[in-house]
Design a protein around this ligand. Structure first.
Ligand SMILES: C[S@@+](CC[C@H](N)C(=O)[O-])C[C@H]1O[C@@H](n2cnc3c(N)ncnc32)[C@H](O)[C@@H]1O
Length: 251
């Protein structure tokens, strides 16, 4: 059955950067991987680029392209990173008609795809959009992490004059629902509630490795402590190189 990606982040977009802060560590890590595994890289495609914080941080040394399902997130990305080519598109059906040296998909963005067959479509699309020698960098929240988040008390965070309350439900198997409420303070002192629920799917790491293995070679995998990630790690980060093949001919 065809997978239909649901756009979200319409309510959350105006607050996203203030809540998450600048992703300096992630940017440093991505630049380090590019330097180690594809130092001649000139072009980067980010899947699920959100507000463009990562693209903006990668700097002017690359030609930058970002895609995202959310027009609201892309509106912020256009302001933050005007030099990037930004396209409203679904990463589970990529047809950009061009190839890149590096594809990245970070900050749990892959988990937002809630059907593992559709993850395989993402991998297929990445394979079709990487140049020879190109690398694919992505991270995921593990099932264990989603499970732990489901057990936690709601996260309450004051920022600017506003308050975020976020709680995560976990279905006990693999699916989590992130309930995000932002109470935005108005000039008259009253609050407006912005509410959005975002889903994340957890997938066993071996299933991810197996799905990539026919077309990609693993270059690096790490958890947050620099060890080989397991399903008990909070987050897993991977770098894969596309296996050599004939040049992409569109589609
Ligand atoms: C957690 S945010 C990460 C944004 C950015 N990568 C960062 O690191 O700040 C996830 C983003 O993925 C986008 N997204 C979710 N599913 C998508 C899909 N199927 N295709 C394209 N973008 C998607 C969302 O709209 C959102 O902007």
């Amino acid at each position: 059955m065809a997978y239909f990606a649901m756009s979200s982040y319409a309510e959350f977009a105006p607050f996203y950067d203030a809540i998450n802060g600048e992703p300096f560590d992630r940017i440093r890590q991505i630049l380090g991987f590019i330097e180690s595994y594809n130092p001649e890289a000139q072009s980067v495609l980010e899947l699920g680029c959100g507000t463009g914080a990562i693209l903006a941080g990668l700097g002017s040394g690359f030609s930058l392209t970002g895609i995202d399902l959310s027009s609201e997130m892309l509106a912020y990305a256009r302001r933050r990173c005007p030099e990037a080519t930004l396209i409203e598109a679904d990463m589970t059906s990529l047809h950009l008609g061009s190839c890149f040296d590096v594809v990245i998909c970070v900050f749990d963005t892959l988990n937002h795809v809630t059907d593992f067959d559709a993850w395989k479509e993402v991998f297929h699309g990445v394979n079709n959009h990487l140049n020879d020698g190109g690398i694919f960098i992505f991270d995921v929240n593990t099932i264990d992490r989603l499970n732990q988040l489901g057990d936690m008390a709601p996260w309450v965070h004051d920022f600017d004059d506003n308050t975020l309350i976020m709680n995560v439900d976990f279905d006990g198997i693999s699916m989590s629902s992130w309930h995000i409420r932002v109470f935005e303070k108005q000039e008259d002192g009253r609050f407006v509630l912005h509410h959005e629920t975002i889903s994340e799917l957890g997938v066993a790491l071996d299933e991810i490795r197996q799905a990539l293995t026919p077309d990609f070679a693993l270059l690096k995998e790490t958890d947050l402590k620099g060890n080989r990630p397991t399903d008990a790690s909070g987050r897993a980060l991977f770098v894969w190189r596309r296996n050599s093949k004939e040049t992409y001919a569109g589609g």
